[in-house]
Design a protein around this ligand. Structure first.
Ligand SMILES: Cc1cc2nc3c(=O)[nH]c(=O)nc-3n(C[C@H](O)[C@H](O)[C@H](O)COP(=O)(O)O)c2cc1C
Length: 202
């Protein structure tokens, strides 16, 4: 049966959501389909205004019950002090029933990230999220190098992402946009992820 894939993101300024578009294109290129959800905002309106956050995109909100309907997930996570933001943590903290029942056990997940800058914790954001996956029994699918060696080996261009997953840099003040290499890496992650899970029996 064709695996059901959800792309789930939290994105304050749109960088993660821009990568999500490429991730989805990659999944579709590989013959799959994905539904894009967003994680519920937890900050008050006034704080979001002070942070110059734009209005949220028109995406369905993820809930634990909705997540459990999918076989595999691609999780878009912007760095906060080198790990996941409180909005993502609040979502995972609401999955106690699924954790107890093993409702996500044996499903698959890949992770893509964004950070302000180089050394800002792209890899640590993925690695620290693995603890959540492990406790749920979710199988982590890395990007690796095989399908994106040329992009990852090129150190002449400033680029986010790593074998842990695609990534982009927002820059100081968030004004930088994902570049061609970052969007391509995200697309490759989408297609590689789908090709990894397409023959798994769920
Ligand atoms: C409270 C806070 C903590 C942050 N911590 C980090 C960090 O540890 N490293 C980093 O490079 N950027 C950090 N940033 C910048 C965000 O990672 C950046 O705004 C985000 O990746 C942009 O993605 P988005 O547009 O999808 O929200 C932080 C931003 C905020 C508001």
């Amino acid at each position: 049966m064709t695996p059901k894939v959800a792309i789930v993101t939290y994105s304050m300024y749109g960088h993660i959501d821009a990568l999500a578009v490429s991730i989805k294109a990659g999944i579709e290129e590989a013959g799959g389909k994905a539904v894009h959800y967003r994680v519920r905002e937890t900050l008050p309106e006034g704080v979001l205004e002070l942070m110059h956050a734009p209005p949220k995109p028109d995406l369905p909100l993820i809930t634990p019950d909705e997540l459990a309907k999918f076989d595999a997930f691609l999780l878009g996570i912007p760095a906060r002090h080198g790990s996941m933001p409180a909005q993502w943590k609040a979502f995972w903290d609401s999955t106690g029933k699924l954790w107890q029942s093993g409702g996500l056990w044996g499903k698959y997940a890949g992770i893509f990230v964004s950070s302000g800058g180089l050394g800002g914790g792209q890899e640590s954001t993925v690695i620290s999220t693995l603890s959540t996956l492990v406790h749920h029994g979710i199988i982590y699918v890395p990007l690796g190098y095989k399908t994106s060696f040329a992009i990852q080996a090129n150190v002449d261009i400033v680029r986010g992402g790593s074998p842990w997953g695609a990534g982009t840099f927002a820059g100081a003040g968030g004004s930088r946009k994902p570049n061609e290499q970052e969007l391509e890496l995200a697309k490759i992650q989408g297609s590689s992820f789908y090709l990894t899970i397409e023959n798994v029996t769920f």
